[in-house]
Design a protein around this ligand. Structure first.
Ligand SMILES: NC(=O)C1=CN([C@@H]2O[C@H](COP(=O)(O)OP(=O)(O)OC[C@H]3O[C@@H](n4cnc5c(N)ncnc54)[C@H](OP(=O)(O)O)[C@@H]3O)[C@@H](O)[C@H]2O)C=CC1
Ligand SMILES: O=C(O)CCC(=O)C(=O)O
Ligand SMILES: [Mg+2]
Length: 429
């Protein structure tokens, strides 16, 4: 199976049958330590995971960790940034977890994080954002933020179809756009670089489906399609239209959309449309609505309680994740998952990056990777371990035992190192 790696000799594979995961008591879980602060964070997090599983299941369940390489560690050891064996491991064992990986700006290798998502077709980047009592926040009511972002993870300008200034490719594209595609009015100096933004109906539908399925399963109130469809009509605007269409076609009994509202309003007036929406709400239907991305970014500050599950495109989702994380105290407690809900493949990872200035200082908050592990336990059905970690984290924050990012904004806090924060959580389990 592997070119160079040796598969673990103990532990069993997680499998999927008829869309349902079969999780053995000793699953093999591949992990990537990550670049920059990754090793500090991973070493802290894995101790919390092991302690929680031991405490919750008293030896009945145990994870067989399998280190796989990517990023600088992979390059130094193998000469490759993302060895084939690493992809094979994630394909084979279905569920994995990773630390952050560095991507250089303006040149050099393309994002390994994006490559992993593309290779494994992990089409939904799921990032829950909630407030933990006592966390310092820049807003007055951080507790009103409780959103789960479903970010399309395989398309958009983010996919990396780009041509650099001055190359033959870019010259060809400019001439094609000018001569054959009618792009006459736009300035195209020779110095232009060009990026391409593909957005498909299939890509939109599977993402919006995942968001609605989640909203139904979690009894949430609404799914908001966030887009810039007024300007990018055939990509972001199409995302909105396809999103409403799939919602009405496949979830007719479970949702009420603002597209329906608009149709009722046009035919029967505002009162009838308002009544239809309030009847749908009373019946527990999910309201599927939409908002233009710039307005959304101000409304999450002014009216966060109006937003719940968010479905959006790749780049919007990237920006929104960090912006919302800031509202509940920062990127130190911002978890995430990259999931293909059809194949069952999932790679859990924090929203933040490698925070290079803190690399090796045992300083940063391991909370995002720890909470990504909580999401992983929930995905595996190991709810007891997940709940225990959440409670331990709440207790540590309550005790004001926190890393630098929270300590600098909290009165009377005890600042602890990354590893010491893990110790505090383990003590609280
Ligand atoms: N999925 C992934 O692997 C991702 C990788 N990246 C990559 O990471 C590299 C660095 O990106 P950069 O833009 O600096 O963004 P980062 O998210 O790495 O860091 C930005 C700032 O966020 C804060 N921060 C980050 N992680 C933590 C943490 N664990 N605890 C507390 N605070 C934290 C720090 O703030 P402060 O300075 O205020 O202390 C830090 O300076 C880039 O190469 C980028 O491409 C970026 C995002 C995701
Ligand atoms: O891949 C990277 O380096 C950055 C990715 C990122 O910011 C994200 O997915 O949130
Ligand atoms: Mg990001």
């Amino acid at each position: 199976m592997f070119e160079k790696y040796t598969a673990p000799t103990s532990g069993n594979k997680i499998t999927i049958e008829n869309g349902k995961l079969n999780v053995p008591n000793n699953p093999i879980i591949p992990f990537i330590e990550g670049d920059g602060t990754g090793p500090d964070i991973w070493n802290a997090s894995v101790r919390v995971f092991e302690a929680a599983v031991e405490k919750a299941y008293k030896g009945e369940k145990k994870i067989e960790w399998f280190e796989v390489l990517a990023g600088e560690k992979a390059y130094n050891q193998t000469g490759e940034w993302l060895p084939n064996d690493t992809l094979t491991a994630f394909r084979e064992y279905l569920v994995g977890i990773k630390g952050p990986l560095t991507t250089p700006v303006g040149g050099g290798i393309r994002s390994l994080n994006v490559a992993l998502r593309q290779e494994l077709d992990l089409f939904a980047c799921v990032r829950p954002v909630r407030y933990f009592n006592g966390v310092p926040s820049p807003v007055k009511h951080p507790e009103l933020v409780d959103m789960t972002i479903f970010r399309e993870n395989s398309e958009d300008i983010y996919a990396g179809i780009e041509y650099s200034e001055g190359t033959d490719e870019v010259k060809k594209l400019i001439s094609f756009l000018r001569e054959e595609m009618g792009a006459k009015k736009i300035r195209f100096p020779e110095t232009s670089g060009i990026g391409i933004k593909p957005v498909s109906k299939e890509g939109t539908e599977r993402l919006v489906r995942s968001a609605i399925d989640f909203a139904i399963a979690q009894k949430r109130k609404s799914v908001t399609l966030v887009h810039k469809g007024n300007i990018m009509k055939f990509t972001e605007g199409a995302f909105k239209n396809w999103g409403y269409e799939v919602a009405e076609r496949e979830y007719a009994d479970q949702v009420f959309t603002w597209a329906q509202y608009d149709r009722i309003k046009a035919e029967q007036g505002t009162d009838a449309a308002n009544k239809a929406q309030s009847d749908a709400e009373a019946a527990g239907k999910i309201i599927v609505k939409d908002v233009i991305a710039d307005a959304f970014l101000q409304q999450i500050l002014t009216r966060p309680a109006e937003y719940d599950v968010i479905a959006t495109l790749n780049l919007n989702g990237d920006y929104i994740s960090d912006a919302l994380a800031a509202q509940v105290g920062g990127i130190g407690i911002a978890p995430g998952a990259n999931i293909n809900y059809v194949t069952g493949h999932a790679v859990f990872e924090a929203t933040h990056g490698t925070a290079p200035k803190y690399a090796g200082l045992d300083k940063v908050n391991p909370g995002s990777v720890i909470l990504s592990g909580v999401m992983m336990f929930e995905f595996l059905g190991w709810q007891e371990a997940a709940d225990m970690i959440i409670k331990a984290l709440e207790k540590a924050i309550d005790q004001k035992t926190v890393t630098y990012d929270f300590a600098r904004l909290m009165e009377g806090a005890t600042e602890v190192k990354c590893s010491e924060f893990a110790d505090a959580l383990i003590k609280n389990l």
